[in-house]
Design a protein around this ligand. Structure first.
Ligand SMILES: Nc1ncnc2c1ncn2[C@@H]1O[C@H](COP(=O)(O)OP(=O)(O)OP(=O)(O)O)[C@@H](O)[C@H]1O
Ligand SMILES: [Mg+2]
Length: 234
């Protein structure tokens, strides 16, 4: 079986459980969803409902207990750890709530990091880093360290790092969760631009209804299942 051409992400009857001591905790219970190429999907749901767990499966950071996850033509739920790492480098950008930038590196160096894993010449690398930082509007902050940047600017570096390898899929876990309203708005504008101008597919987890309102479609998770909005507990 392969993925259909205009579907970027297909999650098929996925379950995920974690072992906590002698207890097995079921986090996702037979969950299926599809994200068309170029869609900006929002994922909402109460704390503990399994949003990050689902995002990590879509990003190839973890494997389902059963079921399958396809991204493009690749069934990532079948890959080994090392195959997954190689797959992520080329195909996926991850944006974190708390940016996960290395404090001793400049904006330029943080964005360059994912490219060091790819067979590129120094000049190709430089061009891609400058392009990514230009897209996020930080061409004038190349040599600033994270501590010298505002939260919104740090998240823009995080987004530049996510897009620098030109992945088809961007996943973001609460990308505006640590930002004030104005910076959050700027980050959401940027995500919308990635979708409309660069044709990226984006899956974003958020608690913020204003952030979710910017997505093309919003799915609600409750206790490891997708529910209709009026059934969700918030
Ligand atoms: N590695 C793990 N080991 C054991 N249990 C885990 C693990 N990761 C997640 N869980 C459990 O899975 C459930 C869902 O966690 P998850 O982080 O996906 O929730 P979430 O919807 O992202 O919540 P939040 O909105 O607070 O970020 C929680 O009950 C959590 O304790
Ligand atoms: Mg979470």
């Amino acid at each position: 079986m392969s993925n259909s051409q205009n579907i970027c992400v297909r999650v098929d009857h996925v379950t995920k459980s974690f072992q906590r001591g002698s207890e097995k905790v079921e986090v996702l219970n037979g969950l299926s969803l599809q994200v068309p190429v170029g869609e900006f999907l929002g994922l909402m749901g109460p704390s503990g409902s399994g949003k990050t767990t689902l995002l990590n499966l879509i990003a190839g950071l973890d494997q389902p207990t059963s079921g399958s996850v396809w991204v493009g033509d690749t069934e990532i739920s079948h890959l080994s750890e090392s195959q997954l790492a190689a797959w992520r480098t080329r195909n996926l950008g991850f944006v974190f709530q708390f940016y996960h930038l290395l404090p001793v590196l400049t904006a330029y160096q943080n964005v360059e990091l994912p490219l060091l894993l790819l067979p590129l010449s120094a000049s190709q690398r430089k061009q891609q880093v400058l392009t990514a930082l230009d897209i996020v509007g930080l061409s004038d902050r190349l040599h600033h360290r994270p501590g010298q940047l505002s939260g919104g600017q740090q998240q823009r570096v995080g987004i530049a790092r996510a897009i620098v390898t030109d992945p088809a899929l961007i996943v973001a876990d609460e990308p505006t969760g640590d930002l004030d309203a104005k910076s959050a708005e700027e980050i959401l504008n940027l995500l919308c631009e990635l979708r409309t101008q660069l044709k990226k597919t984006i899956v974003m987890v958020t608690h913020d209804p204003r952030a979710a309102a910017r997505a093309d479609r919003v799915l609600h998770l409750d206790k490891g299942r997708l529910v209709e909005k009026d059934q969700a507990s918030h």
